[in-house]
Design a binder for this molecule. Sequence first.
Ligand code: HEC
Length: 159
Amino acid sequence: MLRCLLCLVAAVLIIVLPTNPAIAATNDRYLVRFLHVTEPIDLQLDEKGETRSYSPESLLRGKELFEASCLNCHVGGATLPDPQVSLALKKLQGANPPRDNINNLVAFMRQPMVYDGSTETFWCRQVPESWMTQDQIESLAAFVLTAAQRAPGWGTDEF
Ligand code: HEC
């Protein structure tokens, strides 16, 4: 009887722990060690300075989306096909319009533009709404922005 109970508890732990997003997020090594994210963080939403709070779970979702869809070209924040336009914070800030806030990053992903904003670019991967919802793409933007702000070597040659 006791063994049965122990098995049951173990089974519940094995199933529940890794699938619980809050626990998975605070256990994620990259988020915790390199981005120092263990609780919700405020990120700049627009150029006017408005901010919005993003949870560790949201950033973890963003990281997973990035790994699945962007990593091929942007490993460690670099841009392999065009190293001049990396995802480093300085580069994001220097784009026109600046891409160091959530709304502008989302706008870029919905319709990628060249660095000076003059025309569309076909080099980066466009993310239509049929692929990622507003919620998902914001998580992705929140991850990119946080990595650019905090990950050592992000977007430089030192990854
Ligand atoms: C096939 C390769 C490729 C993939 C996949 C890709 N990108 Fe890009 N990305 C590029 C290239 C090349 C540029 C530079 C484009 C330009 O300036 O014309 C770029 C530019 C960017 C920029 C602007 C950087 C800056 O300094 O202004 C961001 C942000 C970005 N990509 C995010 C993403 C995200 C998020 C994903 C995943 C959804 C993604 N990219 C997928 C190739 C790629």
